[in-house]
Design a binder for this molecule. Structure first.
Ligand code: 7TS
Length: 406
């Protein structure tokens, strides 16, 4: 399919509305993406035609709902190029996936004195679960430093690795800076020391081609809502040999094979990790989002978004008062910036009066902000439905900010 942004925009009904009397310019895609009509339709169609609880039923609706639900697992398997669908575990999102691994894998395999490595640019969801489990186990959290452009310092990472390293947990692309980390090399180095690697793919999966086998990732995490799908659904990919030796994360229905008061045996993968009735409708709708992305094509998306990023970077650099935050060589379409003597929140409030939605603050990366000596940034993050004209509106909005506040 050839790339036609105006045709694509028609598939996203939310984009055609006015905010504060102006055309909505949605530049908060790193927080959550908008949903195409096919995803919205899937949600109401599910409740109108096949709503039933899955896996346990023998009636027709239960079988239809189960089949649709499992098709999403298959779609994610293909999206990530995983070996098999049983390696895809449904979760509530990235946060839930990381907590699952920290509790289940970390709970068994971390011992006193062991080390977990993360980076300076992690989202709180890839910091706090590791702090909790490290504290419980007497393990130590180590942090890879970054340079002034917002890239990890690879030699320092290599120095942190040792026989004590058990887990490396790292973001594929930073939500606050846009930096794309050299994940394949990071994984290769960690494996030399026998450590497993978890990759937070929140910001990468919507922009880049992901191949978990090529990366040799041990765990890879996704959130549906950052992928044009509904909120409240995510996926965790894991290597089969590792998932098999991990104990269940939560107990309840679905995850069991047999229950007696004396002893319970657990279900097979992936169900061992999926306790209780899941988010069925939203999981089914996620497949529509994946199909939508695949129909446009990751390559076409990456090329177009790179052009948007280049254009925005150039336009913002023309402002004397604007300082870009995050100037890594490899970036996804995230443009963070600060303005001299102007609080990021004030930028966000004034841009909103122009119908422009950006995010301001620490972006759940407080340690990164501390490292950069900032209270927060203003962040415009672009998706394939954004346009160059919208970036012009952002620059117009920033001129208004300067006029009002400097
Ligand atoms: N990791 C990264 C890199 C993220 O960007 C986010 C959400 C998460 C983890 C957590 O994902 P969740 O789906 O479990 O909530 N990032 C943002 C953001 O940048 N602004 O709002 C949410």
């Amino acid at each position: 399919m050839s790339f036609d942004v105006h045709k694509i925009r028609k598939d996203f009904p939310i984009l055609s509305q006015k905010i504060n009397g102006k055309d909505l310019v949605y530049f908060d895609n790193a927080a959550t993406t908008q949903k195409p009509q096919s995803v919205i339709d899937s949600l109401s169609s599910y409740y109108q035609t096949i709503n039933a609880n899955i896996h346990r039923g023998i009636h027709t609706l239960a079988e239809k709902a189960t089949a649709e639900y499992e098709l999403t697992r298959e779609a994610i398997k293909n999206f990530l190029n995983a070996e098999s669908a049983e390696q895809i575990i449904f979760t509530k999102g990235i946060t839930d996936s990381i907590n699952l691994v920290a509790r289940s894998y970390g709970g068994v395999y971390l011992k006193t004195g062991d080390e977990v490595i993360i980076s300076t640019m992690e989202h709180h969801s890839n910091i706090v679960p590791w702090q909790l489990i490290c504290e419980e186990k007497g393990a130590i959290l180590r942090v890879i430093p970054i340079n002034e452009s917002g890239e990890i310092i690879f030699e320092d990472y290599e120095k942190l690795l040792s026989e004590k390293t058990k887990i490396v947990a790292i973001v594929h692309a930073s939500n606050a800076l846009g930096t794309i980390n050299p994940i394949k090399e990071i994984i290769k180095k960690a494996h030399r020391f026998g450590a497993v690697v978890l990759v937070d793919g929140a910001q990468a999966a919507s922009h880049l081609e992901i191949d978990v086998q090529d990366l040799d990732a041990d765990f890879y995490c996704l959130s549906s809502h950052k992928l044009y799908g509904p909120t409240g659904v995510g996926a965790l990919y894991g290597k089969k040999s590792i998932l098999e030796k991990m104990p269940p994360y939560q107990g309840g229905g679905e995850m069991i094979s047999e229950v007696t008061f004396e002893k319970t045996t657990y279900n097979e993968l992936p169900y061992k990790f999926e306790a209780g009735t899941p988010n069925i409708a939203d999981t089914i709708a996620l497949r529509k989002a994946i199909e939508y992305i695949q129909q446009i094509g990751k390559q076409a998306i990456a090329t177009y978004e790179a052009q948007l990023l280049d254009y925005a970077t150039k336009k913002l650099s023309e402002f004397e008062q604007v300082q870009l935050v995050g100037t890594a060589k490899e970036k996804v379409s995230v443009c963070s910036f600060v303005m001299h003597n102007i609080h990021p929140q004030d930028i966000g409030i004034i841009l909103d009066t122009e119908g422009i939605a950006i995010r301001t603050g620490h972006h759940c990366t407080q340690p990164l902000m501390n490292r950069l000596g900032l209270v927060g940034t203003a962040r415009a993050s672009f998706a394939f439905y954004n346009t160059f004209e919208e970036i012009d509106k952002l620059t117009f909005g920033l001129k208004k900010v300067i006029k009002m506040l400097s």
